[in-house]
Design a protein around this ligand. Sequence first.
Ligand code: NAG
Ligand code: NAG
Ligand code: NAG
Length: 379
Amino acid sequence: MPTLPFEIITIILLMLPTETLVKFQCVCRAWRDLIRDSMFIKEHLQIRASKGKGYLLYVPMAHDTGRAFKLLCERTFEQVLEIDIPFQPVEMSLIIIGSCNGLLCLSDTERFGTTIYLCNPYIRRYRVIDHPITGVVGSSNPRNDSITLGFGYYDKTNDYKIIRVVAPSDEHDDYLDLSSEHHEIAQNTKVEVYSSIINSWKNVEVESFQWSMFDVKSELVVCDSIHWKAFCRDTNKDVLVILAFHLGNETFQQIKLPNYDVDEEDWLEYVGLYKGNLSLFLFHQVDHQHPWQEQCCYLWVMKEYGVDSSWTKTLTITVDPGIVRPLVFTRDDEMIFADADQDLVVCHFDSSTAKIVRVEEKGYLNFATYVDSLVLLEG
Ligand SMILES: *[C@@H]1O[C@H](CO)[C@@H](O)[C@H](O)[C@H]1NC(C)=O
Ligand SMILES: *[C@@H]1O[C@H](CO)[C@@H](O)[C@H](O)[C@H]1NC(C)=O
Ligand SMILES: *[C@@H]1O[C@H](CO)[C@@H](O)[C@H](O)[C@H]1NC(C)=O
C-alpha cells in the first residue's frame, strides 16, 4: 500500500479535531507517539485557536446539583457538551482556579489549596497535584491559613504553572467565603510554584511580601502574568491594587488601579480582558432599596500594560434592573451576569445589548472560558 511521507501525515493530523486525534492514537505506534508529542500538541492548539472556536464552561459549585462540566457555545450560549468529572474530588464543591489552553486548574472546598487538580475535561485526562511544600506554615491552626491560588501558562518554556500563596492567619477562618476581604497583611507569607514540566513544587523567595490577597483565586492571565486583586499596606490604610506574578522570572509586580471612586463609592471591582487589554469593570453593590433601578457600570482599560497612567475610562454600560452580580468576561468582549432569579444575562460591551442565557442548573456556578485541546495527553 502506498503511504504518504510522514511530514505530510503530520500536517494533515494537525488539521483534525481534538476528538478525532484521541481516536487516531490507536492507528499505530508512530501516530500515537506523534499525537502525544508536546510540540505537536502545542502546534495543534495554535491552529485550533486561530480558528477561534471556543466554549464557555461551567461546573456547579454545590455538590447536590450535578457532577459534570457543561460546555456552552461561546457565541450562541447553547449547551453543546456535558462531560462527567473524570476524577473523584474529596468534596464535590469544585472551584475553578483558572482555565488555559483546554486545561483547568481546580480545587475543592474541603481541602482547598492542598489537593489541586489539573484536568483536561475534553480528553478526560487529569493529574492530582498534592503535597505542596508548605502545607502548614506554622500557625496554630492550619485550617485558618489563607491560601490563594493562581494558574497560568508560560509559552516560552511550554510550562503550566500553579502559584500557591499561603498567609498564616489566626484571625479569620473564613477564607472560603469568596466575598470576604482579607485585610490583614500577613507576615511570613510563603509562595510556591508548581511546574507541569518537572511535575513538582518549588519555593519562591519573596523578600517582603507586602500584600494581602483579596480572593482565593486569580482573575486572569495576560502578558505572561497571573493577576489577583490584593491589598497593599499604605502608610495607614490598605489600598486595593492588582498584583501580577510574572510566569517567566517568577517575581511580583504591583499595578495601581485608576482613580475611579472620586464621584461614587462602594464599587465592586472585576479584573478582566477587553480587546486583549487588562481592564477593570466597576459594578455597584446591589442597592436593596432600589432593586428595580437600572445601574451604570464602567469599564476602564489599561491601554499600555503595566503603565498606571494609561488607565482610560472607556465604556459606560447600563445594566438591567435585577442584575445582582457579574460572573465572567467572555472572549467576545461580553460580560455574563446573574440576576436575582439566578438566570444568566449576557451583556455585550460595545453594543450594550443584553440577552438571557438559559442553563439547567441554578445556584452558584463556576464559569471559565474554554477551548478543546490535547494538553495533558503527553506521556
Ligand atoms: C481558628 O479557627 C477556629 C475555627 O475553625 C477557631 O476556633 C480558632 O479560634 C481560630 N484561631 C486559632 C488561633 O486557632
Ligand atoms: C520580570 O519580567 C517582567 C516582564 O518582562 C519585567 O517587567 C520585570 O521587571 C521582570 N522582573 C525582574 C525582577 O526581572
Ligand atoms: C490594547 O493594547 C494595545 C497595545 O498593547 C493597543 O494598541 C490597543 O489600542 C489597546 N486596545 C484598547 C481597546 O485599548
